[in-house]
Design a protein. Structure first.
Length: 159
């Protein structure tokens, strides 16, 4: 009889029936703002492009405008939907839909998309609440300029 009571107690505490907690990330988000940030050790971007990269002043001015506008980031997203099953859909302004997989890192501080693919990217989650998501993308490799750190901070709002 004691054995039956123990088996019942253990099987009743298995937790298999408890729903898994859902991250605040799950849901549909719309982009509110993107802010590019350029960091150069010991100087300003224009001077760096002229002295270190060898650009002329006009070319450097044009490249500064290009980087500061956020165009180099190529982030053309108007909505992101993170689904409970670990998939996502990204829609741009022209209704082009991209899909993939996502997973959150420890303490929901990083977001990895398209893990183990050629498009894998780990993004820093700087804020995640029920209504606001702030992501920081390090895109330094996309512009291939040594010593330059190029990142974009994207603020999203839950729909």
């Amino acid at each position: 009889m004691l054995f039956a009571a123990i088996v019942f107690a253990v099987s009743g505490c298995g937790g298999d029936d408890d729903p898994e907690p859902v991250s605040k990330l799950v849901g549909k988000w719309t982009v509110k703002e993107t802010i590019p940030t350029i960091t150069i050790p010991g100087g300003d971007l224009r001077s760096y492009l002229i002295a270190q990269v060898g650009m002329g002043p006009e070319e450097a001015d044009s490249y500064v405008i290009y980087l500061e506008s956020g165009e180099a980031a190529e982030i053309e997203v108007s909505t992101l939907e993170f689904k409970r099953d670990g998939s996502y859909e990204s829609t741009d302004g022209a209704d082009l839909v991209l899909t993939g997989k996502w997973e959150l890192g420890p303490f929901e501080k990083t977001l990895t998309v398209d893990k183990a693919t050629t498009h894998e990217m780990t993004i820093v989650v700087t804020k995640l609440t029920e209504t606001t998501l702030v992501l920081d993308f390090d895109l330094s490799d996309s512009i291939a300029l040594p010593s330059l750190k190029y990142s974009v901070t994207m603020t999203l709002e839950k729909l």
